[in-house]
Design a binder for this molecule. Structure first.
Ligand code: NAD
Ligand code: WQD
Length: 342
């Protein structure tokens, strides 16, 4: 199949490109690099020894996206293109709604004109909101989100669902990711946030490599076994494999299907710090600070539906996630920027 990855140069997109190329699919990437580097795609070529078509464009630019659909016989779209920083979305809600909703609408319009009927969407566990309790199951209704980023995901799920209802030949697969961390085993690609990381693992690995003095753990007084929050961390290569399974499932599917992509196993912030230190033999200095607004004590998946229907199961454990995150960080202390400057 020929698969268009919108936002394919980013963290999850680049790892998914490796997985799809290695499974023998053709890959087309469109990205404006607003939160990524074209270097990630050069590394994807190095890892796989395979080529892919790459277009630099804003996915909101209908002319540009239409031209890509005219040139490439796309079978399926995976829509990763979006802004994803929770805190920033509170400060710049209009920018988040404009970017995330518009990319989705433009893709759907161009898909309709080109007769492309399959789309896999990067959704998030955040759409379960605070009304539901972990483990989250796909049959639960969406809850209220604590920030505009989360609302964009909930709205895009609704837009995609309505679109599938209007066209019985369409297949829409909503993938709700939990907490993706880790990196490709080669250490050539990984998560490369701009500025101070918002997410835990890049902060941990940047602290270990000396870019940050210390990690602040947000809250040590939650009602959890060690007082720190519980999350469902998933290795990004297991997540990438979930996309491969979803694309192959979509080929013979019509309608809307939701899948949680998580391991189903909750770990605490202290579990992450301790496992990272032990597995990699490096210290991660930390202090326990105040709670972060909007954080829920416990978020983890019931991952049984993806196993039952897609035949997908995670293979990598927390130690693998910590080892691979560190391998990426220590080989690329400044992410892709080292290479950009050379
Ligand atoms: P990322 O920022 O690394 O990747 C997103 C990519 O989309 C980037 O390469 C960026 O340049 C591109 N992009 C954004 N807006 C664009 C536009 N208008 N036109 C063209 N390209 C554009 O993020 P990621 O971690 O790889 O996440 C991928 C998707 O998964 C996002 O939609 C994100 O919201 C979602 N998601 C991520 C997580 C996570 O923790 N990483 C969890 C749940 C959902
Ligand atoms: C994990 C845990 C923090 C940083 C977010 C989005 C979600 C999804 C994934 C993205 C929490 C703690 C963190 C730090 C800390 N989407 N922490 N110190 O908040 O579970 O999920 O990313 O596209 O929608 O909300 O992930 O990595 O920010 O935090 O103690 O410096 O680590 O409190 O318990 P989160 P995270």
């Amino acid at each position: 199949m020929k698969i268009l990855l919108a936002g394919g140069a980013g963290f999850i997109g680049s790892h998914t490109a490796v997985e799809l190329l290695e499974a023998g699919h053709d890959v087309v990437v469109v990205d404006n690099y607003c939160n990524s580097s074209p270097r990630s795609l050069e590394r994807v070529r190095e890892i796989t020894g395979k080529d892919m078509a790459v277009y630099e464009a804003d996915v909101r630019d209908k002319e540009a996206v239409k031209n890509i659909f005219d040139r490439e016989a796309v079978d399926c779209v995976i829509h990763f293109a979006g802004l994803k920083a929770v805190g920033e979305s509170v400060e710049k809600p209009v920018e988040y709604y404009r970017n995330n909703i518009d990319t989705t609408l433009t893709l759907l319009e161009c898909m309709k004109e080109a007769g492309v009927k399959r789309i896999v969407f990067s959704s998030s566990a955040t759409v379960y909101g605070e009304e539901n309790e972990s483990p989250y199951v796909e049959t639960m209704p969406r809850g209220s989100c604590s920030n505009p980023y989360g609302w964009t995901k909930a709205m895009m799920e609704q837009i995609l669902t309505d679109t599938a209802h209007a066209d019985p030949d369409m297949s829409v697969i909503l993938l709700r990711y939990f907490n993706p961390i880790g990196a490709h085993e080669s250490g050539k690609i990984g998560e490369d946030p701009q500025g101070i990381p918002n997410n835990l693992m890049p902060f941990v690995s940047q602290t270990a490599v000396g870019r940050r003095d210390k990690l602040t753990i947000f809250g040590g007084d939650y009602d959890t076994p060690d007082g720190t929050c519980l999350r469902d961390y998933i290795h990004v290569m297991d997540l990438a494999n979930g996309h491969l399974k979803a694309v192959e499932y979509a080929a013979d599917h019509k309608g809307v299907e939701i899948f949680n992509l998580g391991t189903g196993k909750p770990y605490s912030v202290l579990d992450i710090v301790n496992t990272f230190e032990k597995a990699n033999g490096v210290p991660v200095p930390y202090v326990i600070g105040a709670r972060r607004a909007g954080d829920l004590p416990s978020v983890y998946a019931d991952a049984s539906k993806a196993e039952r229907i897609l035949g997908w199961k995670t293979k990598r454990d927390l130690r693998d996630m910590c080892v691979d995150s560190w391998n990426w960080q220590k080989n690329n202390p400044n992410g892709f920027r080292d290479q950009d400057q050379s």
